[in-house]
Design a protein around this ligand. Structure first.
Ligand code: NAD
Ligand code: MG
Length: 298
C-alpha cells in the first residue's frame, strides 16, 4: 500500500484526476460499470483492530458507500452480512471476496428491501450466519430525480419511502431483540435532509425522516446501551448517481460546488462508519456525522 487513510494529504488535491463524464445505467447501477471507477478503499484502507470480533449487517453492501464500509469493517476485524439486490451479484461477489481476504466471516443475503419479509429474514439469517449481531448499518437507498411533482408517480414515491425509510424501520425493529448493550446502529441520511434539491422532493424527504428517526430512537435506546447515529454524505461518486440519481448533464461537474471543490469517494465515508460503530464513540448518540466536503449544516 503506497497510501492509506492515515497518509497526510491535501484533501482539496486528493483525486485531482477525477473527471466523470455523462453516463447512464439502469437502476440499481453497478460499480463494475462506473467510469471512472469509484475508490472503495480496496487499495488504501488499513485496519487497526477497531472492530475486532464485532458482527455487522450492512445493507447496500455491494457498491458505493456500503461496500467501502464493508471493506473497512472487515479490515477492522468485523464479520459482515451483506444485503443487496440479486441483480447486483457481480459487485457483491467482488466485495465478498475482498472481505474474505481480510480473514472474516462473510454472509451474502440478496433480496428486496421493499419487502418486509425479506428485511426480517435478513436479520435472522445474519444472526444465524455470523453467530450474533452488534452493528446494523442501514445504508441501502433509492434516489431517482424528478423535475415536476405532477409527474412524480405514486409508485416511485412509495418505492423510495419503502427502500429508504420502511426498510430501516423493519430491519431495526427485527434486530433489536438481538442487540446487546454496546451494539451500534448507523443510518445513512444525506445533506439532502436539510439542503434539498428541487429535483429530489421524495428522496430528500426520506433523508429528513431518517435523520429524525435516528435522533428519536437514539434517546429511546441510549439507556439500554445501544447507540444510534447517522452519517450524512454529500455528493459521493457511486452507481446511484448515474442511474438517474442526477440528470446526466450534472455528472461532469458533480461535487464541484462543495468547499473542497470535488466529489467525495466512498472510501472517504468508511472511517465515519467505523468511528460510530466502534466503542471509541461511546458518548456519541443521536448524532449526524456530516461527510460532505465542507458544506455548512444546521
Ligand atoms: P449505491 O448505489 O452504491 O448503493 C445503494 C445500494 O442500495 C445499492 O447498491 C443496492 O444494493 C441498495 N438498494 C437499493 N434499492 C434496494 C432494494 N429495493 N432492495 C435492496 N437493496 C437496495 O449508492 P450509494 O451512493 O453508495 O448509496 C448508499 C447510501 O448513501 C444511500 O442510502 C444513499 O441515499 C446515501 N447517500 C448517497 C449520496 C451520494 O452522493 N452518493 C449522498 C448522500 C447519501
Ligand atoms: Mg449497488
Amino acid at each position: 500500500m503506497s497510501r492509506d487513510q492515515y497518509t497526510f494529504v491535501n484533501p482539496a488535491e486528493l483525486y485531482a484526476d477525477f473527471d466523470p463524464q455523462k453516463q447512464h445505467q439502469p437502476e440499481p447501477g453497478l460499480d463494475a460499470e462506473l467510469t471512472p471507477k469509484a475508490d472503495l478503499g480496496e487499495d488504501t484502507y488499513r485496519g487497526t483492530g477497531r472492530l475486532a470480533g464485532r458482527k455487522a449487517l450492512i445493507t447496500g453492501a455491494d457498491s458505493g458507500i456500503g461496500a467501502a464500509t464493508a471493506i473497512a469493517f472487515a479490515r477492522e476485524g468485523a464479520d459482515v452480512a451483506m444485503s443487496y439486490l440479486p441483480e447486483e451479484e457481480v459487485d457483491a461477489s467482488r466485495i465478498a471476496g475482498i472481505l474474505q481476504d481480510a480473514g472474516v466471516t462473510v454472509v451474502t443475503l440478496p433480496g428486496d428491501l421493499k419487502d418486509p419479509g425479506y428485511c426480517r429474514s435478513l436479520v435472522e439469517r445474519s444472526v444465524e450466519g455470523l453467530g450474533g449481531l452488534d452493528i446494523v448499518v442501514n445504508n441501502g437507498g433509492k434516489q431517482v430525480f424528478n423535475e415536476d411533482l405532477t409527474t412524480l408517480d405514486d409508485q416511485q414515491f412509495d418505492d423510495t419511502f419503502k427502500t429508504n425509510v420502511y426498510a430501516m424501520f423493519w430491519i431495526t425493529k427485527a434486530a433489536l431483540p438481538h442487540l446487546k448493550p454496546g451494539s451500534t446502529i448507523i443510518n445513512t441520511t444525506s445533506i439532502q435532509a436539510y439542503n434539498p434539491s428541487e429535483t429530489l422532493v421524495d428522496y430528500a424527504s426520506t433523508k429528513a425522516t431518517i435523520n429524525t428517526f435516528t435522533k428519536a430512537l437514539a434517546q429511546q435506546l441510549a439507556p439500554k446501551g445501544i447507540r444510534v447515529n447517522a452519517v450524512a454524505p454529500g455528493p459521493i461518486w457511486t452507481p446511484l448517481q448515474v442511474s438517474d440519481g442526477q440528470p446526466q448533464d450534472k455528472l461532469p461537474t458533480f461535487g464541484e460546488q462543495t468547499p473542497i471543490g470535488r466529489a467525495g469517494q466512498p472510501a472517504e465515508l468508511a472511517p465515519a462508519y467505523v468511528f460510530l460503530a466502534s466503542p471509541e464513540s461511546s458518548y456519541v448518540a443521536g448524532e449526524t456525522l456530516n461527510v460532505n466536503g465542507g458544506s455548512p449544516t444546521p
